[in-house]
Design a binder for this molecule. Structure first.
Ligand code: DQA
Length: 154
């Protein structure tokens, strides 16, 4: 089974941007750690990052042609504004785990609202780069449950 990880705007700047909030780890290292853990658990994993809302919508839609079973997404600033990302996630109807490096509930008022938190399986927020690892553990659990239930049916 394949997991797609989608990173939103400015996450390509991890390790450089606001290190006091987002930490020193770069996106390549976060992805590498996720890749190793996914492989150890028998899952394929792909990564996508964009600074453009429409491109993220396309990446979500393309999941359906890529045999993706679940999406892990950090929409970054678009979390708080993007109805089109919300609609795309609803359209593909795949299990989604939302991730944030910082705890958005403790930050500025405008970051407290996520436009996707009510349509995802769950949200992990506030554990630094480790949020991604926790999100991957959650996604593996979700997909293993789906696999077990489809095997039972057939
Ligand atoms: C973020 C939180 C957002 O508010 C912010 O715009 C980001 C990153 C996080 O991972 O903590 O770019 O999604």
């Amino acid at each position: 089974m394949k997991i797609k990880v989608i990173h939103g705007p400015n996450l390509n700047m991890l390790g450089i941007r606001e290190v006091n909030i987002y930490g020193p780890m770069r996106l390549e290292n976060i992805n590498k750690n996720m890749e190793n853990f996914a492989k150890q658990n028998g899952f394929e994993i792909t990564f996508y990052q964009s600074n453009h809302e429409g491109d993220i919508v396309d990446a979500i839609q393309e999941s359906l042609n890529e045999d993706v079973s679940g999406i892990i997404i950090n929409p970054a600033a678009l979390t708080h504004t993007s109805i089109s990302i919300r609609d795309a996630l609803k359209a593909v109807a795949l299990p989604v785990v939302e991730v944030h490096i910082s705890n958005i509930a403790t930050r500025e008022e405008f970051r407290k609202k996520s436009l996707i938190s009510d349509i995802v399986v769950g949200t992990i927020s506030g554990f630094g780069p480790f949020s991604y690892h926790l999100a991957l553990i959650a996604m593996i659990q979700i997909l293993n449950e789906i696999k077990a239930s489809t095997q039972k049916e057939s």
